[in-house]
Design a protein around this ligand. Sequence first.
Ligand code: ADP
Ligand code: MG
Length: 480
Amino acid sequence: MSLSDPALGQGLTLQWEEVRRALRGEVDQAAFGMWLEPLVCVGQEGERVVLAVPTRFLRDWVDRHYADRLRALWRAVNPGVRAVSVEVGAPAAVGSARPERAGRAAEAGTADGAADAVAARRPSGRVPAAAVASASVLEEISAPLDPRGTFDDFVVGKPNEFAFAAAKRVASSEAPPFNPLFLYGGVGLGKTHLMHAVAWHLRLHRPDRKVIYLSAEKFMYQFIKALREHDTMSFKEMFRTVDVLMVDDVQFISGKDSTQEEFFHTFNTLVDRGRQIIISADRSPSDLSGLEERIRSRLGWGLVADIHPTTFELRLGILQQKAQRLATPVPERVLEFLAQRITSNVRELEGSLNRIVAQAQLVTRDITIDMAQEVLADILRANDRKVTIEEIQRKVAEHYGIKMADMHSARRARIVARPRQVAMYLAKQLTPRSLPEIGRKFGGRDHTTVMHAVRKIEELQSADPALTADLDHLRRSLGG
Ligand code: ADP
Ligand code: MG
């Protein structure tokens, strides 16, 4: 059985671009910027296309003034579409700059949108009053969704295809195919995007399902508030009616005992009831050192899907997709340059593209590699930063729990010798240093010792999955 699911048509994005272009040609530029620019296409449900805007006000305005036009234009592009509806999405995602993410907007109290959209679609009549009451509290704590965080908007490549397929499977299954789905990976690699995509998918295809998305911090805040108000019962009650619970960035739960306990209870109750849970973190369950052992191991029972650092191909694909949606064309050469040089994460990649486009618009300049180099000087410098041998030694020593001094010492006990070899191997791989140079940094060892270490680790790797995992982890934390 294949994990993938072609539910969301790629064609929709292209249709939307077509419609936008036509609209832009019809509407006064200022009006377009004010009312229509913020529109994003979030998906299709049968013959109806769903667009989202950040506020209720905008939704009403667009509905009143542009609904007919949108429908007519869309039908001209695709006669199969009979209706276009406008819903309220995330307030934080206006415009292309997107300085803040949805979660923060929720904390600022501007989260009117997403909760409304869910509430309006809940089928009435069969839901008991108590459930509605707790449901509305819940919807309040659920953060708004980023309208751009759909499956359609997610560019799939080798590093994220597994996580993508797993998220899609969860979104389109009746019963949890694996519980929990644990997504992990470095900052800005698309964890939150995938969670939002699951939520959007369900909202479109299964509006009766109650989906809650919140950050682990928010979860803790709610629980601590309930504790203070001696109302933990209703906290538990609150989650009783949830069909899909998504908790983002659980590495932040580490440490706080009572919250961990509550999280664990909520988790178990929901799993027992066959409700889907999706968790994200910046590291694997077994690396969540602040969590109690039983919780850690429980989190790994479902499917653990990691998102690897991006490759050049994926970065270029993402840039091409994002560039397509901008009004200003960006030369392919410049996209390639960015994909080559900005390797940290997708968020920074997006930010860089937006920055050069904004610059081009502001001072009407051509977008060239020279110009990109100038505008992005700081980001490029940060991305160029090379790992040093010292950093490698420190990380490796930390990882294996040995002293930094052992990297230089003459001790030959396996417990320090193997980590030392790992560090030499990584130094050879991740830095441009020669074997003699590396040897010198390891207490003045001979270059043949380094060569031996490199060979040894290469050899051991194929037979030792634990070592491979160690190396993966170390490489990742060194940003290699
Ligand atoms: P994380 O939660 O892992 O830190 P996010 O999901 O917030 O990362 O992603 C950071 C930004 O990069 C978001 O704007 C997101 O939409 C974008 N992004 C990440 N991965 C992809 C992808 N594969 N395709 C398109 N956009 C992506
Ligand atoms: Mg995130």
